[in-house]
Ligand binder design. Structure first.
Ligand SMILES: O=P(O)(O)O[C@H]1O[C@H](CO)[C@@H](O)[C@H]1O
Ligand SMILES: O=c1cc[nH]c(=O)[nH]1
Length: 257
């Protein structure tokens, strides 16, 4: 029983699915992290695989870019393939000044400018939140615990700040899931940072809204691929390959939540 966008048969997907945006990142995760991975869907080049990790069945399916795209794949997996939990393995632009390229953000909530999510329930500003148990398990696996991650003092010199910490720090906090990649809204970005937003990406809020609607579970774990307020970014090849820590946290969350 294929759906319009997934060619797999019932039972082909595991209840737990890792979901990167990029189909080539999905293929790399399947080939380098999962055991005995087999291709279960390739409609539109959106590759889906099922294998095992530490003896537990796990699938990986790309979402494509943006809330409409991830909403289609998440809905079809939850509604027609028995999927219970989806963890997005994304990239994101760092907004908060203490973030560095290579850091990881566990998105406990996702603000959005998307009307699909914002207007989901008439007259209500829908709150797009991750599943608590997955968030807590991912944070525990990262050693972040449930306390706010330590930030460098505001008056520390920038170079000193960078020397005192390693790339690959993990933070738990809000992201903005925007419909606009090439955004020209400096005031909006400044206000989002003032309100504690860590990073910008394009899918988490849509995934959380679909999970809420379908009564399922979801989380987004994003690796910082570029910095909005500093001239630093990864190439497309690096964005395809930089997922190790996020995948490890996602798999730990599936195992321990
Ligand atoms: O790397 P992925 O997971 O696709 O995530 C980010 O990258 C894309 C934009 O380049 C958007 O999908 C954004 O959310
Ligand atoms: O949506 C995104 C993803 C990565 N980097 C950005 O600046 N925006």
């Amino acid at each position: 029983m294929a759906t319009p966008h997934i060619s797999a048969e019932p039972g082909d997907f595991a209840p737990d699915v890792l979901m990167p945006g990029d189909p080539r990142r999905a293929q790399r995760i399947a080939e380098t992290v999962l055991e005995d991975a087999r291709l279960v869907s390739d409609v539109r080049g959106i590759l889906g695989y099922t294998g095992t990790f530490d003896g537990r069945p796990v699938s990986v399916l790309a979402s494509g870019m943006g809330i409409p795209s991830i909403s289609i794949y998440a809905t079809e997996l939850f509604r027609f393939y028995g999927v219970e939990r989806i963890i997005r393995i994304g990239t994101a632009g760092g907004m908060a000044p203490h973030l560095e390229v290579g850091d990881v953000v566990i998105a406990n909530v996702a603000h959005t400018d998307s009307s699909i999510v914002g207007n989901k329930i008439p007259q209500i500003h829908f709150s797009a939140g991750a599943t608590f148990s997955l968030t807590a398990a991912a944070a525990d696996a990262a050693g972040v615990g449930h306390r706010k991650a330590a930030k460098p003092a505001d008056d520390a010199p920038a170079a000193g700040r960078r020397r005192r910490r390693k790339n690959g720090s993990v933070y738990v906090g809000p992201v903005i899931s925007s419909d606009i990649f090439y955004s020209d809204r400096p005031l909006t970005n400044e206000l989002l940072v003032k309100h504690g937003t860590l990073a910008v990406e394009m899918e988490a809020a849509g995934l959380y809204a679909v999970a809420a609607q379908e009564g399922k579970e979801a989380l987004a774990i994003c690796t910082i691929s570029d910095l909005l307020f500093r001239d630093e970014s990864l190439s497309s090849a690096e964005r395809e390959q930089l997922f190790d820590k996020a995948v490890a946290l996602g798999l730990a969350a599936f195992a321990n939540a």
